[in-house]
Structure formats: C-alpha cells, structure tokens
Design a protein around this ligand. Sequence first.
Ligand SMILES: *Cc1c(COP(=O)(O)O)cnc(C)c1O
Length: 382
Amino acid sequence: MWAERITEALQARRDAEGWRYRRCVEQNSVREITLDGQRYRHFSGNDYLGLSQHPAVIAAWQQGAAQAGAGAGASAYVTGYSRYHAELEQQLAGWLGYSRALLFISGFAANQAIVHLLAQKQDRIVADKLAHASLLDAASHSPATLRRFAHNQPAGLQKLLAQPGAGATLVVTEGVFSMDGDSAPLAEIAAATRAADGWLLVDDAHGIGVSGEQGRGSCWQQQVKPELLVVTFGKGFGVSGAALLCDDATADYVEQFSRHLIYSTAMPPAQCCALLAALQQVQQGDALRARLRANISRFRAGAAQLPWSLPASESAIQPLIVGENAAALALSQRLAQAGCWVSAIRPPTVPPGTARLRITLTAAHEPEDIDALLEALYDAAG
Ligand SMILES: *Cc1c(COP(=O)(O)O)cnc(C)c1O
C-alpha cells in the first residue's frame, strides 16, 4: 500500500517534468558557483548582500564556536539559551522597533509556530494567494478557516474581510514575494486589516537586510508596523535562522506555549555570534545595497526587450516567466551551457503554467556578470 503510493507519486512527478534534483555545490564565492567541477556565474542564491562569505561573519562564527561550543546542547528552556541568544534578540528588537524578538531555527519553523499558536476554530486566516508554503501549510493545517486573496490586491482582501467572521482575523502576506520579487502594498493591507479589527503577519524573508533604511526591510520602508513580523536570516543575512518580532504579551505567549521552541534544540550560540556580525554588516551595508540596486537596474534595462515576461520587480529577485516546465528547464540548460547558473522554478512552487527562471542578483556581481547573463538570454531567445 505505502510502496505503491510512493511509486505512483514519483511517476507522476517524472511525467510532469517536475523532478527536483539536489546537486552538490562547492561554495566559496557568492558571484560564482562550482558544480561537478564546472564553474558558473551564479544567479540562483538568496545571499543578496554576499554575507555568507563575509570574513567578519565567518570569523564571528568560528570564535563563537571556540568559546561556546558547536551546539546549544538543549532546548532554550533547559540549558540551550546563552547570552549570545539574549544579545541577538535584544539587538533585533531595538533595531526593528519592537519590544521583543524571539529566535527560531528557521523561517519555516517561525511561520508554522506563530500560525499554529494563534489560530483557533472560529478564526479566519486571510492570506495572499502567493504567500510562502510555510504560511499556507500552517494555515491549512490549523483549525481556522483559510481564505486567500488575489496576489497584492487590497481590494480583494477588503472583500473577504467584509464577510462576517465569528472569531479573530489574521491577515498574512510577504514583504517581498519570493518567486515574483514584487512588494506587497503593506500600508493598504495594514489599513484593511485594522478596519476589520484583525492582526497582520508580514513575512519579510526577502526584504530584511535589503530594503529600507539600514536594511530594516519592507515594513520599515513602507512605514508599517505589523503586529507580527517574521524575518529570516538565510537570505540577506547570509546565515540561517529567523526571528519573530512582536509586543511583550505576544512574546510571552509564544515563549510559554510554542511547541516549536519548547521541544526543539536552540540555535547554536556560535550561530548567534555569526548573526550578530551579519547584523552589523547589514546596518553598515549601504554600499552593498547600492551595488545591488545598480545591478538590478542594469539587468532590468537590458532585459526589457527579451521575449519572456518580466514582472515589475525592483528587488533582487527578477523572474522570467517562461510558462511550461520543459521550456523553463531547456532555457535553464541553455544558460548553463553559456556559463550562467539560473535554476528553473516549477509548480507547485509557482502556479501551473508559470514555470520560470528565478534570476537573483547580488551585491557581489560585477557589471560583466550581468552583461554575460543578458547576452546568454538574448542568444537563447534567438
Ligand atoms: C525562505 C522563506 C521562508 C523560510 O525560511 P527558512 O529560514 O529558509 O526556513 C519563509 N518565508 C519566505 C517568504 C521565504 O522565502
């Protein structure tokens, strides 16, 4: 029974050109990637500022490990919480203008935890249609009702919120959308949420470190303070992990009741040290952000004449919508032959019929990298 089910699911995935591969990467540069001994210009990571390779971040992790060990050794409630965790939480809260920050091992865990903790039977979760799988999964597995509004359409959200609800309302969106690169109209979404007496959760995985003054992210940039802000550290921070920003009572509630925190080993203290160093680089990162913006402009100016649709994205994420899975894979392979590594993203990560090349730009790219990518794209377009 189990074996047959597994075989069928695998065959269906193969038939749909949807098979996903993991490749071993030799990674010691942000600009380039080496796969199977072959070097490529690298346009598929989320390390937008190049901090995963920053000497200060690496040194902080090494020194942290030398001082505090390789791992936390226990849950934060037993003996896994160190002064490095406390320091990082305090700095994040102060920097982002919240009373409290709580660390999670990943953005996926943070989203699951907060939705799981809040949502009860009478409640409704109203989410952008393109919100991340970690948010939508948590909502659909919760006892609350999940409703989805058309992507970045506050009018659609208002319509759903106008329907009477028996319980509490949680509105969920991203700051910068991971597969489209566009930004949510946060002021309008926050106003609609407030009018419905709900709370807003913004997942700013792709905005934190990159947009807003000092890299404080999409909410700061749009002058919106959601009740719940999730920031992740695997992208612009170049490390891993996440934090939930909220008020005191909510933080106490999460701390007391979150099974994701209580029954899970705390983040290694050395990782907190690396994140403190990454935070400092982000805060001082205006030059990096300016380089990234220049690369984005250069790419968009050059890509305007390409035959594939390029959504209106001002972020580091520049998707070329190709359509069919096989066509996206073929284009990705063409680019690889030309020395550019760009992964094809297929359903169910994106809606059916919108398979795409998710091009990501970083502060580490040189103008010649962008030009080489554009040239390869024009060649492939014929
Ligand atoms: C990557 C991502 C996550 C998951 O974060 P991890 O720390 O990688 O688990 C959550 N939300 C969004 C929007 C993301 O892009």
